[in-house]
Write a protein that binds this ligand. Structure first.
Ligand SMILES: NC(=O)c1ccc[n+]([C@@H]2O[C@H](COP(=O)([O-])OP(=O)(O)OC[C@H]3O[C@@H](n4cnc5c(N)ncnc54)[C@H](O)[C@@H]3O)[C@@H](O)[C@H]2O)c1
Length: 371
């Protein structure tokens, strides 16, 4: 385990992954004070050299094991495919590093539990890049909810839907083994996180979920029209998932997550909240940041709509800033990846429900390593 760094020295971060996620981690370690990116790992050598040069990272590796084996890192940041989240996180935690992990924390609740137990044992923080909850509009809605303006929220809807948005068709994203699932684990995890965060983290009691794989297996619905090619992995995951989720206290949540369905040609997500004293709706079209929120209330006894002006906020920047502040502040009690674990268990229950064609309670899918 490395020596504790003095408060004047920047934290030393190593990033695994050269795709969108890895580059976001890297870019923000450069922007946020109190941390520096000293190591980068990824399989694509040309990209590795290019990113290393662009962000001034001195040490480059073509395998994550070599990066994690260093004894001078404070942070390991994971922007790798989902099947590598648990092995990288656990090795890093056992070596005494803090971990910033991309969503989903892991492919299953059991894997997520192993990460959380390792973090507790090592007393090192695990943060998950739930970047969408950091958006300016979600944060503004959260303040609105926390001020009590909606009263008690008794029903919510959360949706992320694309027309042609299967990522990496024929690669790791569409392999059950490597990704753990399709749009439910990829996009749905953001929307479950966002809805539960806004609702004040109610316990999930049960889920009734259905999954479909209609377009993907036919090679339709890929980003930029990309279809399955010879030599690709078969399309093994759902392309649409829908779930009805019962929460403690009687509230409910409707979830919908789709990579590819016949609908508008856009990439849209949003949340609707129905409360006893007010309602709210956030609709984000193609990752836009303006005019996304409507708040429904009564003014002088008649229905009124408020359209707040909300400044945009970058998700990965906010995540990295919060993570670095937590570690520099020296107190990460209760920040061992528990929120990633709770989302992983809900997703386990959704896949079990879809497979068994029935409502599944969260208690039924508790695993042997319950923490
Ligand atoms: N929070 C967000 O907004 C967001 C956005 C995109 C992706 N993600 C998540 O980030 C993760 C990565 O997604 P992506 O789209 O960047 O994927 P990607 O396929 O573009 O990149 C994955 C990277 O991992 C590297 N890698 C694979 N095996 C490796 C190994 N053995 N050693 C070292 N490096 C290895 C690859 O070389 C590649 O550079 C996923 O978990 C995904 O869900 C999150």
């Amino acid at each position: 385990m490395q020596a504790e760094r003095s408060s004047a020295e920047p934290l030393r971060a190593g990033v695994v992954g050269l795709g969108y996620a890895g580059e976001q981690h890297l870019k923000n370690y450069v922007r946020v004070p109190g941390v520096e990116a000293v190591a980068l790992a990824g399989l694509e050598e040309e990209k590795l050299n290019e990113l290393g040069e662009r962000y001034g990272v001195p040490d480059l590796y073509t395998s994550w094991e070599d990066l994690v084996a260093r004894d001078d890192l404070d942070i390991v940041s994971i922007g790798a495919p989902n099947h590598l989240h648990a092995p990288i996180a656990i090795a890093a935690l056992e070596g005494g590093r803090h971990v910033l992990c991309e969503k989903p924390l892991a492919r299953t609740g059991a894997e997520a539990e192993r990460i959380v137990s390792s973090a507790r044992e090592a007393n090192r923080a695990v943060h998950i890049a739930f970047t969408q909850r950091e958006r300016g509009d979600v944060q503004a809605l959260k303040r609105h909810v926390d001020e009590g303006n909606l009263g008690r929220i008794y029903h919510a809807k959360a949706t992320w839907m694309r027309r042609n948005g299967i990522p990496g068709m024929g690669g790791w994203f569409t392999s059950k083994e490597l990704a753990g699932g399709g749009p439910l684990i990829d996009l749905g995890v953001h929307m479950i996180d966002m809805a539960l965060y806004l609702m004040g983290e109610p316990e999930v009691e049960s889920v009734s979920c259905a999954t479909y794989a209609e377009l993907g297996p036919q090679g339709r619905g890929g980003w930029a029209g990309k279809g399955l090619m010879q030599g690709d992995k078969p399309y093994e995951v759902e392309d649409l998932a829908t779930a009805f989720i019962r929460l403690a206290g009687g509230a409910t949540l409707n979830l919908e997550a789709g990579w590819a369905v016949y609908r508008e040609s856009s990439d849209d997500f949003g949340v609707t909240l129905y409360g006893t004293d007010g309602g709210a709706e956030m609709k984000v079209r193609n990752y836009g940041t303006s005019d996304t929120v409507r708040i429904y209330t009564d003014v002088a006894g008649v229905p009124a709509v408020v359209t707040p002006e909300i400044a945009p906020r970058e998700g990965h920047l906010a995540v990295v800033r919060r993570f670095v502040e937590t570690i520099r502040g020296g107190d990460w009690e209760g920040q061992f990846g528990e929120d990633g674990l709770s989302r992983a268990r809900i997703i386990d229950a959704c896949y079990a429900s879809a497979m068994e064609n029935r409502e599944v309670s969260l208690g039924e899918i508790a695993t042997e390593e319950t923490v």
